[in-house]
Design a protein around this ligand. Sequence first.
Ligand code: SAM
Length: 262
Amino acid sequence: MGFEPGWDSAYHFVMAHNHSEQPFYGQDLAYVHGQGFAHYWDGAADWLAELARIPGETPYAVDIGCGDGRMLGKLEQRHVPGCGFDVSESFVQAARARGLEASVADANGLEVPEATLVIALGEVLAYCNASGEVALERTIRSSADSLLPGGSMVFDVTCNDMDASAGWSDGDDWFVAYRNSIVAENYLERRITVFVEENNGWRRTDEVHRQKLLDTNEVEALLLECGLRFKRISAMGDVPVLPGRAAYLAKKPKQARVEGHI
Ligand SMILES: C[S@@+](CC[C@H](N)C(=O)[O-])C[C@H]1O[C@@H](n2cnc3c(N)ncnc32)[C@H](O)[C@@H]1O
């Protein structure tokens, strides 16, 4: 879409208007997420680091949808090294700039490396990729194979008690507004508009994210089928799980056997 620099309807001078080519988290939204949102899980770091420690094993964390690597960095500070994967190049660059091991990869089709802890925080496994696929099933199957016995997987997903909502947030040099709508019964569509200030002007970027609203019965049946024991959790460490999300702590039994709740 073409765009001429000029005043927008909010009387800001807008220098440029991006329509991100990657499905999510282009440069400006990745920046805004790092500034305003990535700290959300900070209070979960101690809890996650403890989960990564299995007697007799070297702790190792895999962060799927690692964003800018903030949690991987916190785990490393707690002597849990690891690596991250994300579809967003901007995020992977940011994680590498922190000195972390991160790669651009779609969780769909990713072979999860051997680990004592696999995390996917921030609804990662419910996102629809460019082909409309959701990574939940493949990631759980691959993680169940790759986790060392006694290892843990922690994730949250959007689920079918999500409501429509809208909101905004800002910082010194950024502003973001979003509108969440429920579409086609079991999808969340999140329309996001970001402004980032640069060289005395504001650059606008629009992204549309789609996430599946997952049926928790199906998620739990899949965990069971993969031989993981699980419990649905309402907080990760001190951090409450957000409304409309279902979060799980799943564990690979020390001796392989199929069981239900932890
Ligand atoms: C809400 S952000 C959460 C980022 C980070 N985990 C955090 O908590 O700050 C969701 C992340 O999932 C990534 N993502 C979504 N679908 C993905 C997929 N199929 N494979 C890899 N990463 C994905 C996005 O690029 C984004 O970084």
